[in-house]
Each structure stands twice: as structure tokens, then as C-alpha cells.
Design a protein around this ligand. Structure first.
Ligand code: ZN
Length: 242
């Protein structure tokens, strides 16, 4: 695991990229966990300016959600992050987002299945956490851990999504892919019945190109775009509640 200054820098970058893509805004947060120190770092909560996140704004906390720095408190839905970090070795980074298209699947009574080759990482679908409430207690978060099982993501009914990964690059990539697949599903459904990528096709694609490599390339690419992003849209208008 990288040293904390590096993690802070990467976490802030990850948040700004998700903001640039309209997937993190008034709501949502991303975290990274160091099993060596048992500390998590999480982006600040509702109302903070995600498009301008700086490394020093990242909030350190322990696995009980206790802030480890008097300057900041973790967002109220911190149990999402701590429960997954504690339960799964492959969930060292976690994003909770209200990303616009993926959230449509958390509203519509329709299962999510991958429709693109990149979506192969969601082979077998994305389970639904069926209670419509915020995950603000460890008990609710344990229920989420049960629902998500060994999958990479879950839908939260009437609310948003949760995505887990081995590192921030993987969680960023998986979040972008889930949103893109959801968007393409919504758009293609107006043309005809959706053609899903089968579990066998997903396995074949995953075997051809390692996820780690795709995730790192996506990280490098979007980091470069973010570095030259003009973050002031001419109209000042943004997606309402990602
Ligand atoms: Zn939320």
C-alpha cells in the first residue's frame, strides 16, 4: 500500500475525475483503506466541492467511522465503506455514487446485465439492495455486504450505487464502466430488445485483457484530461444530484 500522502493525492484525483464525468457532486464519496495502518481515507461529504478536491481535504477515519483528525468528519454513510473494507480483501477502495444512469437501474424494476465488452467485469449482473434508506448504521452496512456478496457492485434502491475494487484505479474504471453500460442500455432499449454479453463471453473477454491493465490505462487517460479540465461550465448548470 502506498504512503498516506500518495493515497490522499490519488483519492482527491479520483474524486475530481468522477466529478468531471458528472458522477460525483452534491452527494457521493470514495474511500481507500490501508490494512497495514487500519486507517481509511474518505472524500468529504454532502456539499463539499468535489470538482476541486485537494489531498489535505481527505478525511482519515478508523474502521468504526471515528474521525482521526479533528478537522474533518466522514460523510454520514461511512458504514458503506468501513463494512466493505473490513469484509473483503478485494475491497481496498470503495465508491458510493448517485451516478445518473446507473441509478436508473436502482429505480426501474429491471435487472442490470452487461451490454458491452468492457461491461464483462459485471458478469452475472449487479445485485439490488432493496431497502430505500441511507446506509448510516453498521447493521445496514452488514446487510449491504450480504447483498453484494463477492460481486464488484450493488445498486441501492431509489438511491445510487456502490462499487468496490482492489485499488482506486480499479474502482474508478469499474464505476465509469457501470455508468457507461447503464447509459448504453437505456439508449439501446429504445431501438430494440437488449442483447446482453453472456457469462461465457464475459469470461473470454476478461481472460484476454487483464483488468489491472485496463484500469491503469483508464486512470492515466482520465488523469490527463482532468489536469487540463476547465471546471467552470459556461452555463454554471450541472447534473442535479449525482
Ligand atoms: Zn447516498
Amino acid at each position: 500500500m502506498a504512503a498516506e500522502p500518495v493515497l490522499r493525492d490519488h483519492l482527491a484525483t479520483c474524486g475530481r475525475i468522477l466529478a468531471m464525468q458528472g458522477m460525483l457532486g452534491l452527494f457521493g464519496h470514495v474511500s481507500v483503506y490501508d490494512p497495514g495502518t487500519k486507517r481509511i481515507l474518505i472524500t468529504p461529504g454532502m456539499g463539499s466541492d468535489k470538482a476541486n478536491l485537494r489531498p489535505e481535504e481527505m478525511v482519515p477515519a478508523d474502521l468504526d467511522g471515528k474521525p482521526l483528525d479533528p478537522a474533518g468528519r466522514p460523510p454520514v454513510e461511512w458504514p458503506i465503506h468501513t463494512a466493505l473494507h473490513a469484509a473483503r480483501e478485494d475491497a481496498l477502495a470503495v465508491a458510493h455514487l448517485h451516478s445518473p444512469y446507473a441509478t436508473l437501474f436502482a429505480i426501474a424494476k429491471r435487472d442490470f446485465q452487461p451490454v458491452t465488452l468492457q461491461g464483462a467485469i459485471f458478469s452475472g449482473g449487479v445485485p439490488l439492495y432493496s431497502e430505500a434508506h441511507l446506509i448510516t448504521t453498521p447493521a445496514r452496512a452488514m446487510r449491504l455486504v450480504e447483498v453484494i456478496g463477492s460481486k464488484r457492485a450493488a445498486l441501492l434502491r431509489g438511491h445510487g450505487i456502490v462499487v468496490a475494487g482492489r485499488n482506486l484505479a480499479e474502482v474508478l474504471y469499474a464505476s465509469l464502466v457501470l455508468e457507461d453500460d447503464a447509459k448504453k442500455s437505456v439508449q439501446a432499449a429504445s431501438l430494440a430488445t437488449l442483447g446482453f454479453i453472456s457469462p461465457e463471453e464475459c469470461r473470454a473477454f476478461d481472460a484476454e485483457i487483464a483488468l489491472q491493465r485496463r484500469a491503469q490505462r483508464a486512470w492515466d487517460y482520465f488523469s490527463r484530461l482532468e489536469a487540463r479540465w476547465d471546471r467552470q461550465p459556461a452555463t454554471g448548470k450541472s447534473e442535479l444530484f449525482p
